[in-house]
Design a protein around this ligand. Structure first.
Ligand code: FE2
Ligand code: FE2
Length: 262
């Protein structure tokens, strides 16, 4: 039967597909790490207090990148180039979502609206990360090789999401509510399309590596498209709501490391 668990198990069991999976994941994470480090460095003076949290956010993503890399190397595997059509962060940037790399590479301080854009973009993408990791944790949280890593990354992504909710609510209270709602909506609608396209691309690369028969590949592609139809109709709304998290200041304090990986 085709289930998320059996699919992932299959990807895990094959060296080629496992290193492709880890390379794609590590690439996205370290890209996120770089972006957050640049945002922390360019925070406007009025938002200085936020800088340590943005740095922590970046340090966590960097750590996730190192964890995926270590998982691969523990099996004696080398990373592979990430196919362009599976590059989630690059595809989002190309759609004008989040802060442009041009802006992040420059030395001009960001503005408060830029910080609001960063948080809205993160609120949407961290929701995705948190849900994906939750799925992995549910099925592989007890796995002897992956369990610890999966549980740690999952906890971090939940914290990132909580932090975005809390900070966006603070900016909303300070009068940025309309900009936040507009940006969240734009980000969510773009993200669900990019997520669909990247999922289709990842599955087609996996299908080639694992030699999936045509009907299996077609069924998977249909499933991914069905998820998009659902998200376009109603699912996107879950990505634009704001709720005060139970855990406050989730990114306060220093980054947690994992001696095993980091
Ligand atoms: Fe991450
Ligand atoms: Fe994250």
């Amino acid at each position: 039967m085709l289930s998320a668990r059996s699919l992932f198990q299959e990807i895990l069991d094959n060296d080629e597909s496992f290193r492709l999976f880890c390379s794609i994941a590590a690439g996205g994470e370290s890209q996120g790490g770089w972006e957050n480090a640049r945002i922390a460095a360019l925070v406007p003076a009025s938002e200085r207090a936020l800088a340590p949290r943005i740095s922590r956010h970046g340090a966590d993503e960097d750590k996730h990148g190192r964890i995926f890399d270590a998982l691969m190397r523990k099996r004696g595997l080398q990373p592979v180039d990430v196919p362009a059509d599976t590059d989630y962060t690059m595809l989002l940037e190309r759609r004008g979502i989040g802060l442009s790399h041009e802006k992040l590479k420059s030395d001009h301080p960001l503005t408060v609206p830029d910080i609001v854009t960063y948080l809205a973009h993160s609120r949407v993408t961290e929701q995705r990360a948190s849900e994906e990791m939750e799925l992995l944790r549910r099925h592989f949280g007890d796995h002897p090789d992956l369990g610890r890593a999966v549980r740690m990354i999952s906890r971090d992504e939940d914290n990132h999401l909580a932090y975005c909710h809390e900070e966006l609510l603070r900016f909303a209270a300070a009068g940025h509510g309309r900009a936040i709602q507009r940006t969240l909506r734009e980000c969510a609608l773009a993200e669900i399309r990019v997520y669909r396209d990247v999922s289709l691309a990842v599955m087609s690369h996996m299908g080639r590596v694992l030699g999936w028969p045509r009907p299996k590949a077609a069924l998977l592609a249909a499933g991914i498209r069905a998820v998009y139809v659902y998200e376009r109709a109603v699912g996107w709304r879950r990505m634009v709501s704001l709720r005060m998290p139970e855990r406050r200041d989730a990114l306060g304090g220093p980054a947690t490391t994992s001696p095993e990986f980091a």
